[in-house]
Design a protein around this ligand. Structure first.
Ligand SMILES: C[S@@+](CC[C@H](N)C(=O)[O-])C[C@H]1O[C@@H](n2cnc3c(N)ncnc32)[C@H](O)[C@@H]1O
Length: 387
């Protein structure tokens, strides 16, 4: 595909996504029906679509319309490129610009346009992040880093760097980042490499890694990941120490990847249904990596920024409180409860921790940390409690 044909494909996909089709689904079905598109084409089209999703409002201002054409026009203007060189109408290029399109478009001025946020989220950003609110919103307009975690059970940082290099993936250690490696080149190849397939490295965001390093983990501890999903967090904990590892999720199908991942990593993690939890408990550490808005990860899943509603945020807060209330009953005397989200918002973070200790007077908070959206990690929140 020519660069212009890739832009035209992105225009059509953005129009589809604007009608409510989830971005991943739109991209998958486009790739299926576009057999002519090679892997580089698919990657380039995906990059166009994701960047336009991150910058929907500012690109719509620059391009003069919140349509696929308007957004891609805005994207080209944002990069200082001449859209007329792409919108030529030749081959599979977008049709030439009409006079209205040439005249339309202006730099974003309103805060929500400039920061690429839905209006209702501006106060949430300011309340949670104060002077860092603007910088964080602007950071969410950029592409996320790809970060790996070296599995300390099977490898060292220098060994993993060397093995990855042999497979064509260049990485650098995350500064002060323990086992984190930031991918400089070859991100799309990581999962095909021998170090990944043999469990020497896992893909894991830098902030998630740092949060799991921050948790107290007594040797031989019995640990339950109450919202395990694909198991990224419990795998990071299990790499740190000997222990007994248990995973639970309200939707067990979400743990489908956990068995192969644990096998690769050389650890055993028992999966527990709701009915089995009490019989296998109590646990020295119960981690609740709760379902949340994901606002700290919106560089990776930018359509979620526009799909979240105030009603859904309220629902998530209620689910988070219920998870904490249930999980606390599974903690052994002297044990810890940990609450984590990849959200930036106070109602899901600080207010949730405060609400928990207000409802459970026998519990107190022992630690509370936030990680900012950065060059090595997503926004993340961690709170720990003891009784
Ligand atoms: C943020 S994700 C977990 C990510 C995972 N810990 C990881 O590191 O890959 C939240 C998970 O909580 C699960 N969940 C939602 N409601 C739950 C509930 N009431 N009890 C337990 N798990 C729940 C979801 O199915 C989802 O897999």
């Amino acid at each position: 595909m020519t660069p212009a044909a890739r832009v035209q494909a992105a225009i059509e996909l953005l129009d589809d996504i604007a009608t409510g089709t989830p971005a991943e689904r739109a991209l998958t079905s486009w790739a299926r029906r576009s057999r002519f598109a090679g892997s580089k084409d698919r990657a380039a089209v995906r990059d166009h679509v994701f960047q336009a999703l991150r910058c929907w409002r500012s690109y719509a201002c620059l391009g003069g319309a919140a349509t696929g054409r308007g957004l891609m026009l805005g994207a080209l203007r944002d990069q200082g490129l001449n859209p007329a060189e792409i919108f030529t109408g030749q081959g599979h290029a977008p049709n030439p610009l009409n006079l209205d399109e040439v005249k339309a478009g202006a730099a974003p001025v309103a805060d929500a346009d400039r920061l690429d946020l839905p209006d209702w989220q501006l106060p949430l950003f300011h309340a949670a992040l104060g002077p860092e609110a603007e910088g964080t919103a602007l950071a969410l307009r950029t592409r996320a880093p790809v970060v790996l975690r070296v599995n300390a059970r099977l490898s060292t940082v220098p060994q993993a760097i060397e093995e990855l290099d042999k497979s064509g993936v260049q990485v650098e250690p995350v500064e002060g980042g323990g086992h984190g490696l930031i991918v400089i080149e070859g991100a799309r190849r990581v999962m095909q490499t021998q170090p990944y397939q043999t469990g020497l490295v896992e893909v894991q965001d830098g902030s998630s890694q740092a949060a799991m390093e921050a948790l107290d983990l007594p040797p031989g501890a019995k640990v339950l990941d109450y919202c395990a999903g694909g198991g990224g967090k419990i795998l990071a904990l299990a790499a740190r120490a000997e222990g007994h590892w248990f995973a639970h999720d309200a939707e067990p199908a979400r743990m489908a990847d956990l068995t192969p991942r644990a096998q690769r990593a050389g650890v055993q993690i028992a999966q527990l249904s709701g009915d089995q939890l009490a019989a296998h408990g109590p646990f020295d550490l119960v981690l609740c990596d709760a379902p949340c808005s994901g606002s700290g990860t919106w560089r990776r899943a930018p359509d979620a920024k526009w799909r979240l509603t105030p009603e859904r945020l309220d629902e998530l807060c209620a689910i988070q409180a219920e998870i904490l209330d249930r999980a606390q009953a599974l903690v052994a005397p002297g044990g810890r409860l940990a609450y984590a989200t990849c959200s930036l918002f106070r109602p899901e973070n600080e207010a949730q921790s405060d609400g928990f200790v207000a409802r459970h007077h026998d519990w107190h908070e022992t630690d509370r940390r936030r990680w900012s959206v950065s060059a090595v990690g997503d926004g993340f929140y961690l709170s720990t409690f003891s009784r």
